[in-house]
Write a protein that binds this ligand. Structure first.
Ligand code: FES
Ligand code: FES
Length: 923
C-alpha cells in the first residue's frame, strides 16, 4: 500500500531580507520552495529545479547560490537575500535602476537571478571588468536579451555612464516615438513584483499533474483507477479523455483540430498526455507513476521525415496520405528553362535540427470555474486563441471563457499553442475548485512545440554579371506528431525561400511531414531561418564563381522599392536591404582585412567573415489579421489604454503606449493600462510573426488619433492644439489660449467613461493562388548581418567574435527595445547555427540542451535603417523575427571564409566542423 502520509513540517530560522523569520519546511525541501511557498516571496523564480538555469539565484550569507539546489535545512541560521530585499543592500537600488535604464530585463523571468548574481559581484568588487561581470553572472541563463544589456547595466552601476535618461518622466506631449522610453512594465520585473504563471493562484487551488507517454509511439489502455485513487487519498480526481466535456481536440487551424487533450488509446509522440491527476501538491509529488494502471504496447516510431515518407510507412493520421500534412508551393517564370542558360549555378542539400524555445519560465497557470464560465490565468502569447480552444474543449460559447494572461517569461512562438490550459479547464470545470499547474522543465521540453527540423535541396543560378536568374528549392519540414503551425511554415517558406532578391524564375516547395516526434510549431521565423541557410550559402557559391564580392553580389540583387517579388507583389515602399548593405560596407571591409591579417599569422585558428540577408513578411500570410484597440477617458480624468496585445518580453506594451501617447498628444505616463484580458480588451491578435508593432501599433495610432479628434472637437480646436489632462479637467491650448473642459460635465457613456475611441487595423493582404502569387503581406522587414568568427582547426570549435547587424525597421519606435530584440535574436540565431539540437528523450533539460550563455556572445553593433513604411505606425514595421534570421547564414559563411569548408548541417557542432575539415583535407 502506497498511502501518502504528510511529512512533518519543522521551522527553519533564518534572516530573510533583514527580518528574523521562522518558516515551515519539510524534510528535503529546497530553499527555493521555502522562499516561494512558506515565505510567499515569488520574486525568486524556478526555471529548471536542477541547477541549470540560475533563475532561482539568491544570496546565502552574501554569496550567490541556486536556491533550488540548496536543502532548506542548510540555510538554518543563515542570512538569505532575495530580489525583494535587494534594495536594502548598498548597491541594490542602483543596480535595479541600472537594469531598468539599460533595458536589461525583457521578459524578466531571469532578472531576479541576474540581479542577485550581480549583487554578489558588486559586493566583492565595485569596479569589475566586463569579463568579471560575465563570469559572475555566468550561471544565470537568459533567453531573451543576448546578455549584452545585462552586462552594460552591471557596468553602469560600477562605472556610471551617460545612458539616456528615463524619458517618460520628462517627455513633452507627442514626443515618445523614437525615444528610449523605459519599459513600462520594467519596474515590476526588477523588483520581483511581476506575477508569472506560477506566482499567484487562489489559496484553495488544487494541483494538476499530467501523465505522459514514455514512448514515441504506442497503444495503451487505462485500467480501473479506483484502487489507485484509494491508495492515494490526496488525489481527488483522475481525468482521462472521457472527462472532456466538449471536443477532446485542439489545434491552431480551424480545420485541423488533430491534437487530443488526453489521448484515448494511441500516443504519437513521447511526452503526449494520456491523463491527469488532480490533488494536493504533496500527494502528486508522492505518486509513483508506475503504480498507475496503464498498459503500454510500444510500436515502432517513425523518426525523421525520410522514414515517414518511405513507401508503405504507417500513417500517423488516416486522413493524411503519405504522412504529408500539407504542402506549400510557389512558381514564377520558368526555372527549368532558365537554369541551362545561366552562366553559373550552385546547388546543395541542407539540414537543420529540432530547436527548443527554452524560455526560462515553464508553462504555468490556473483555472477557476465561475458559475458556468471558465477563467484561465496562464502565460500565453495568444489569449484569444486560448479562449477559443478552451471553449471548444469545454463545449462552451467563447463568451463563457475568459483568459487572463499572466506575465510571460518568454515565448518565442512556443506559447502560441495551448499547453496546460485545456487540462486545467477540464479539471476546474468538474471539480468546481481552482486548479493550478506548473510544468516541470523536462515536461515542458518534452511535450511542447519545437522549431521544425528541415531538409532542403536547392539550386541557384546567376548570369556572368552576378544577376540572379533562377532559384529552386524543395524542403521537407518535420512537423512531428500533430499539425500545430506546420501549415504556416509550409505556406511561408515558399514565399521567402529564395531570399530578399530580384529573381525572375523561382520554384519553391515546402512540405510539412508528420512523424512520431515532438510537434513542431512556431519559433521565431516560421521556417524562414532554415530556408535562409540554404539560399545564402548558395549565393556565396555563386558570388565566388562569378568573382564578385559576397556583399556586392547581394547588393546587386537586393529587392528595392518598385521591384516585384517572386510572389508577384510590387514593393511600393520600405524595402531597405540595399541601404542595410551600404551601411555594412565599411564594417565588411574592416573585418575582412582584419581576418586576412589574423590569418597571415598562420596559427591553427582561422578567422573568417560572413554575411547573411533576410526579408520577413510582417503578420499572417495572405489572410486577415486585424488588431482592435480602445482608449477611454473617464469623468475623473482617468485615461485607460485597453490593449489586447500580450507582451512576452519584446516590449509591445511600451511600444504601443508610446504610439498611442503620441497620437493622442499626451505623455506615456498618463495612461493606465489593461493588457490582454479577453473579457476587457478587444482582439489584438496573437503576439507572433513580428506583427504587434506594425499591426497593433497602427491600431494604437488610429485609436489615439480618433480620441484626439473627439477632444479637439469639444472646443473646435485645430489639429496643432495641445492637450493637457489635469485631474477631471482637459486643457486644450491653441494660439496661446487655453480652454478647459470639465470632464464631469460630459455625458456618461457607462462606467464613468465620457470619451472613448475604438479603432482597428487589418494590414492589406490577399490570399496566394495555386502558384503562390498574390500579395501575402502588407510589408516586409529587411536586414543584413555580418559575422566574424574564429575556427579552431584542431578542435572544430567556432567562436563568434563580432556581429554587425543592419536592420530596416521602417521607423524605430524605441531604440532600446529594438536593440534588445536584435541582441536576443542574434543569440538565438547563434544557438541555432552552432549549438542547439533537441533530441527527444535525450536533451530534455537545460543541462544537456545548451543555449548561448554570456561567454558565447559576441560583440554586437546595431545599425538601424529607417526606410519608412507608409502603412505602419509612424513608419514602423517589425523586428522580432528579422533579428534572428540572418545570423545563422552569416556565421556559416564566416566558417567557410575561414576554412574553405561549407557546413550544410546545423548545428555546426565541433565534431561536425572537424569532420568536415578532415574530409576536405584541411587538417
Ligand atoms: S531553478 Fe534553480 S537553477 Fe534553475
Ligand atoms: S529577460 Fe532573460 S530570460 Fe527573458
Amino acid at each position: 500500500m502506497n498511502e501518502h502520509v504528510s511529512l512533518p513540517e519543522s521551522a527553519l530560522r533564518l534572516t530573510l531580507n533583514g527580518e528574523q523569520r521562522a518558516l515551515s519546511t519539510t524534510p528535503g525541501e529546497r530553499l527555493a520552495d521555502v522562499i516561494r511557498r512558506s515565505a510567499g516571496l515569488k520574486g525568486t523564480k524556478v526555471g529548471c529545479n536542477a541547477g541549470d538555469c540560475g533563475a532561482c539565484t539568491v544570496l546565502l550569507d552574501g554569496n550567490q547560490v541556486c536556491a533550488c539546489m540548496v536543502p532548506a535545512a542548510q540555510a538554518d541560521g543563515c542570512t538569505v537575500t532575495t530580489v525583494e530585499g535587494l534594495s536594502q543592500l548598498p548597491i541594490g537600488a542602483a543596480l535595479q535602476a541600472a537594469f531598468h535604464r539599460n533595458d536589461a530585463a525583457q521578459c524578466g523571468i531571469c532578472t531576479p537571478g541576474m540581479l542577485m548574481a550581480a549583487a554578489d559581484l558588486l559586493a566583492r568588487s565595485r569596479s569589475p571588468s566586463r569579463q568579471e561581470v560575465m563570469d559572475a553572472l555566468g550561471g544565470v541563463l537568459c533567453r531573451c536579451t543576448g546578455y549584452l544589456k545585462i552586462v552594460e547595466a552591471v557596468l553602469d552601476v560600477a562605472q556610471p555612464t551617460t545612458t539616456p535618461v528615463a524619458k517618460s518622466e520628462q517627455e513633452p506631449n507627442g514626443a515618445a516615438v523614437g525615444t528610449r522610453v523605459p519599459r513600462i512594465d520594467g519596474l515590476a520585473k526588477i523588483t520581483g513584483a511581476a506575477h508569472y504563471g506560477d506566482d499567484a493562484a487562489p489559496a484553495d487551488a488544487l494541483w494538476l499533474k499530467a501523465i505522459r507517454s514514455p514512448h514515441a509511439h504506442a497503444r495503451f489502455a487505462i485500467g480501473d483507477l479506483a484502487p489507485f485513487l484509494r491508495r492515494n487519498p490526496g488525489i481527488v480526481r483522475a481525468l482521462t479523455a472521457r472527462d472532456v466535456p466538449g471536443h477532446n481536440s485542439f489545434g491552431i487551424y480551424p480545420h485541423i483540430k488533430d491534437q487530443p487533450v488526453f489521448s484515448e488509446t494511441h500516443v504519437r509522440y513521447r511526452g503526449e498526455a494520456v491523463m491527469a491527476l488532480v490533488g494536493s501538491l504533496e500527494s502528486l509529488e508522492a505518486v509513483d507513476i508506475a503504480d498507475l494502471p496503464i498498459e503500454w504496447e510500444p510500436l515502432p516510431p517513425l523518426t525523421g521525415t525520410d522514414a515517414a515518407l518511405a513507401p508503405g510507412a504507417p500513417l500517423l493520421h488516416a486522413d493524411k496520405p503519405h504522412n504529408i500534412l500539407t504542402e506549400g508551393f510557389l512558381v514564377s517564370g520558368d526555372p527549368d528553362a532558365a537554369f541551362p542558360h545561366a552562366a553559373f549555378t550552385a546547388e546543395g542539400s541542407f539540414e537543420t535540427a529540432f530547436v527548443e524555445h527554452a524560455y526560462i519560465e515553464p508553462e504555468a497557470g490556473y483555472a477557476v470555474r465561475v458559475g458556468d464560465r471558465m477563467e484561465v490565468y496562464a502565460c500565453t502569447q495568444a489569449p484569444m486563441m486560448d479562449r477559443d480552444e478552451v471553449a471548444r474543449v469545454l463545449g462552451l460559447a467563447v463568451e463563457d471563457v475568459r483568459i487572463v494572461p499572466t506575465a510571460c517569461g518568454g515565448g518565442f512562438g512556443g506559447k502560441l499553442d495551448v499547453s496546460l490550459q485545456p487540462m486545467l479547464a477540464v479539471a476546474a470545470w468538474h471539480l468546481r475548485q481552482p486548479v493550478r499547474c506548473v510544468y516541470e522543465r523536462i515536461e515542458s521540453m518534452a511535450s511542447t512545440t519545437k522549431r521544425h527540423p528541415a531538409k532542403i535541396k536547392a539550386r541557384a543560378a546567376c548570369d556572368a554579371q552576378g544577376h540572379l536568374v533562377a532559384y529552386e528549392s524543395d524542403g521537407d519540414f518535420n512537423t512531428g506528431a500533430y499539425a500545430s503551425w506546420g501549415p504556416t511554415v509550409a505556406g511561408r517558406v515558399p514565399v521567402h525561400g529564395a531570399g530578399p532578391y530580384k529573381l525572375p524564375h523561382v520554384r519553391n516547395r515546402a512540405r510539412a511531414i508528420l512523424t512520431n516526434e515532438t510537434p513542431s510549431g512556431a519559433f521565431r521565423g516560421f521556417g524562414i531561418p532554415q530556408a535562409a541557410i540554404a539560399h545564402e550559402t548558395l549565393y556565396d557559391d555563386l558570388a565566388e564563381k562569378a568573382g564578385i564580392d559576397r556583399l556586392e553580389f547581394r547588393h546587386i540583387n537586393a529587392l528595392r522599392a518598385g521591384d516585384t517579388t517572386y510572389s508577384g507583389q510590387r514593393l511600393d515602399a520600405s524595402a531597405g536591404l540595399a541601404q542595410c548593405l551600404d551601411a555594412l560596407r565599411p564594417h565588411w571591409a574592416e573585418l575582412t582585412a582584419d581576418a586576412a591579417a589574423f590569418n597571415a599569422q598562420g596559427t591553427r585558428v582561422r578567422r573568417g567573415v560572413g554575411i547573411g540577408c533576410m526579408w520577413y513578411g510582417i503578420g499572417n500570410t495572405g489572410m486577415s489579421n486585424p488588431s482592435t484597440l480602445r482608449i477611454t477617458l473617464s469623468r475623473d480624468g482617468k485615461l485607460v489604454f485597453w490593449n489586447g496585445a500580450v507582451d512576452i518580453g519584446q516590449g509591445s506594451t511600451t511600444v504601443l503606449t508610446q504610439i498611442a501617447a503620441d497620437a493622442l498628444g499626451v505623455p506615456v505616463s498618463q495612461f493606465d493600462l489593461v493588457v490582454g484580458d479577453t473579457d476587457l480588451t478587444f482582439d489584438a491578435g496573437k503576439t507572433s510573426a513580428s506583427r504587434q508593432t506594425f499591426v497593433s501599433g497602427k491600431a494604437a495610432q488610429l485609436t489615439g488619433e480618433a480620441l484626439r479628434a473627439q477632444i479637439l472637437r469639444l472646443t473646435n480646436a485645430g489639429p496643432s492644439a495641445t492637450i493637457t489632462l489635469k485631474g477631471p479637467h482637459l486643457v486644450i491650448s491653441e494660439g496661446g489660449r487655453d480652454t478647459t473642459v470639465d470632464l464631469t460635465h460630459l455625458p456618461d457613456r457607462g462606467g464613468g467613461i465620457v470619451l472613448e475611441a475604438i479603432e482597428s487595423f487589418d494590414p492589406p493582404a490577399t490570399p496566394l493562388d495555386a502558384k503562390g502569387q498574390g500579395r501575402p503581406y502588407a510589408t516586409y522587414g529587411f536586414a543584413a548581418q555580418i559575422a566574424s568568427v574564429d575556427v579552431d582547426l584542431d578542435l572544430g570549435t567556432v567562436k563568434v567574435r563580432k556581429m554587425v547587424a543592419a536592420h530596416d525597421v521602417g521607423r524605430t519606435i524605441n531604440p532600446s527595445l529594438v536593440e534588445g530584440q536584435i541582441h536576443g535574436g542574434i543569440a538565438q540565431g547563434l544557438g541555432l547555427a552552432l549549438m542547439e539540437e533537441f533530441i527527444p528523450g535525450r536533451t530534455e533539460n537545460l543541462h544537456d540542451y545548451l543555449i548561448p550563455t554570456f561567454g558565447d556572445m559576441p560583440e554586437i553593433e546595431v545599425i538601424l535603417i529607417e526606410d519608412r513604411e507608409p502603412l505602419g505606425p509612424y513608419g514602423a514595421k517589425g523586428i522580432g523575427e528579422p533579428a534572428l534570421i540572418p545570423t545563422p547564414p552569416a556565421i556559416l559563411g564566416a566558417i567557410r571564409h575561414a576554412t574553405g569548408v561549407t557546413i550544410r548541417k546545423v548545428p555546426a557542432l565541433p565534431h561536425r566542423v572537424h569532420a568536415a575539415l578532415v574530409k576536405a583535407g584541411k587538417v
